[in-house]
Design a protein around this ligand. Sequence first.
Ligand code: ATP
Ligand code: MG
Length: 431
Amino acid sequence: MEYLTIRQAMGQGSGRVSVRGWVWRERGSKKVKFIVLRDGTGIIQCVIEKQTAGDERFAVADALQVETAMTISGTIRKDERAPSGYEIAVDSFRMVGASDTYPITKDQSPEFLMDKRHLWLRSRKMQAILKIRATVFAAFREYFDTRGFIEFHSPIFQATQCEGGSSLFKVKYFEGETFLAQTWQLYAEAGIFSYEKLYTIAPSFRAEKSKTSRHLTEYWHAEMEMAWAEFKDIMDHGEGVVKHMVAKVLEKHREELAVLGRDPKRLEPTVRKPFVRMTYDEALKVLSERCRLKVTWGKDLRTVEEDRLSSLYDVPVIVSEYPAEVKAFYMKGVEGRPEVVQGCDFIAPEGYGEIIGGSSRETDLAVLERRLKAAGEDLSGYEYYFDTRRYGSVPHGGFGLGMERIVSWICGLDTIKDAIPFPRTPLRWTP
Ligand code: ATP
Ligand code: MG
């Protein structure tokens, strides 16, 4: 028996087809049973009539529960009334895997759905998000693959911090201890001296104690690092890859966006228009003049400020040249203004927060040592990193992009937890 996917069957549109999947909805009367079957590609209504099936088979069909796995053969035809516009008049069916009474019914709490996450993945909502997520990953790779970058991998067990000690996960490592990666960056900075243009997509770990709708403790981090880069190159690639990811989703996932109730028009400006670029100083001015929010120079932008700023534009905003004191030790100072660094944050529209953090990297070894010492770090762990500045150092830089942040924004999600199959937060590490 050759099975078509539900999408293929609807593409065929008429004649005999065989499909397989899971019962998504079922209802019936004494004479007819309606099953909406779901597979990885879509849903389709299937009708089993008592008259054609006979009493015995109809009784079996009538007892089918939601999430039963089954195969169905019959004649497909257009039907405006059916949920996906097509219907199969069933002439035979087979139960492959019976289903107990499915625990997920309508109107359950978000916490219950998290407990049953392994089942909730089957929902139309999660299916749509996961398809979009996969396209976002593929688009990131495609953007850099076609521009001469290669994929490069850092270890996940790392000996030092990079993004601040407070969010490090310590791991017992035989007799000693190590940390889970917060970023691949320091290792990528070693890697560029071999191949120059690198990217990765890998999990990063942050022991974020604050529970926000934007933070996970384990997230997928898409990063790039390149030799000979000017600060502008970093921002240009950030803008280029975000545009490419959004364009790919708009091209391939109109249906999934509709399932999510996400208006594609909200995303179109990002593809069509240049991003808004402003310095930190300009951002403070805009916040004060247009949002009546006063930020003292030297303070980082908080969630409220990022959200207000993003609400002024329909494309991402790139804020650059932050005060050195709020940014990481490795960021390079601005020429003639050492209190400001060549670092940038991309802030997504609609209050989705920071999606990219990037910078030019400091090349002066003495400056790096001074900053790390001031942060109370034991320099011995960074010897391998210092070597990158001792042997043929060049201007370079890169950025990190949070995949779940961008998926949340593209899909218009209420929480970042829905942007990943099995979310990890301070309070949730099962299933
Ligand atoms: P935030 O201020 O929002 O916590 P950050 O400044 O700590 O972000 P970076 O260290 O620059 O972030 O990390 C690069 C990117 O990784 C961020 O722009 C964001 O998209 C993503 N990211 C950072 N922390 C998290 C997290 N806990 N969960 C999900 N994504 C994250
Ligand atoms: Mg953070």
